[in-house]
Write a protein that binds this ligand. Structure first.
Ligand code: ADP
Ligand code: ADP
Length: 228
């Protein structure tokens, strides 16, 4: 369902962030994207969401050719994708519940239906009790759970996460990973950039490894060499 063919990305016409990258991801797969800092991980994720545009090659997402989507049709792509950023941005004067549900209104889900779906995802991430709090009152791990709830509230077929366990202690990391595995079991495709070699090595999934912009490994039951 996701397919990259000979993808190149240059910044400013000279920084080669991705070089001739090709791979396919099937619906329902769980993929770790690893590699040292500067390898091109964030760039790859940004090409999938069309936050950046590729320099050459082709990216397919479902039945869409990503680089050909007109600006006024990008919402069709982004509706298919949930995103958990490295740094979660929330609307500071909205409650936890409002931060999760406001994006439902954009797709016409309001009233009781909105309430129901909001409570459903809050339950899924185990944060129902924090419904009416403000984000600033939550720990970083709890905020990450809210970011995951928000990313999944529209039932995306793909969930993209950039270093979701960065800055978390072992216990919170494990909880966050458990959420991703649960979502994956429900059929959501997961693409996760991570430096967390312990996680990658202990819970074996497909590993795509970038180095200097090149895909140097595509390992379907892979472990991970630490760069530390
Ligand atoms: P990461 O290694 O996790 O991608 P970075 O700190 O390298 O994080 O990058 C943070 C942000 O800055 C990213 O959005 C990235 O695209 C952007 N960035 C990285 N390198 C450059 C650069 N040379 N010029 C402009 N922006 C950059
Ligand atoms: P990673 O996420 O693996 O750390 P990035 O995709 O952030 O890697 O960066 C890959 C390369 O592209 C790096 O050399 C980085 O400096 C460069 N880069 C990233 N974003 C930009 C940008 N907006 N402008 C210029 N160079 C960038």
């Amino acid at each position: 369902m996701i397919s990259l063919t000979n993808v190149n990305k240059k910044y400013d016409g000279r920084v080669k962030a991705l070089i001739d990258v090709s791979f396919n991801v099937q619906q329902g797969e769980f993929v770790y994207l690893v590699g040292p800092s500067g390898a091109g991980k964030s760039t790859l994720l940004k090409l999938l969401t069309r936050e950046e545009t590729l320099t050459s090659g082709t990216i397919r997402m479902g039945n869409m050719q990503v680089e050909k989507i007109a600006a006024n049709k990008l919402y069709l792509l982004r509706r298919q994708i949930g995103i958990v950023m490295q740094k979660d941005l929330f609307i500071p004067y909205y409650s936890v519940f409002e931060n999760i549900t406001y994006c439902l209104e954009a797709v016409g889900i309001t009233g009781l239906q909105k309430e129901k779906r909001g409570l459903e995802v809050l339950g899924l991430v185990g944060m129902t009790a924090h419904k009416n709090k403000m984000l600033q009152e939550l720990s970083i791990g709890q905020q990450k759970k809210i970011a995951i709830a928000r990313a999944t509230v529209n039932h995306p077929s793909v969930l993209i996460a950039d270093e979701p366990t960065a800055n978390l202690d072992t216990k919170s990391s494990a909880e966050i990973m458990k959420l991703f595995f649960r979502l994956n079991q429900k059929g959501t495709t997961i693409i996760m950039a991570t430096h967390d070699s312990t996680m990658v090595n202990s819970i074996r999934k497909r590993v795509l490894e970038l180095q200097g912009g090149r895909l140097i490994r595509d390992d379907h039951d892979g472990g991970y060499t630490s760069y530390a």
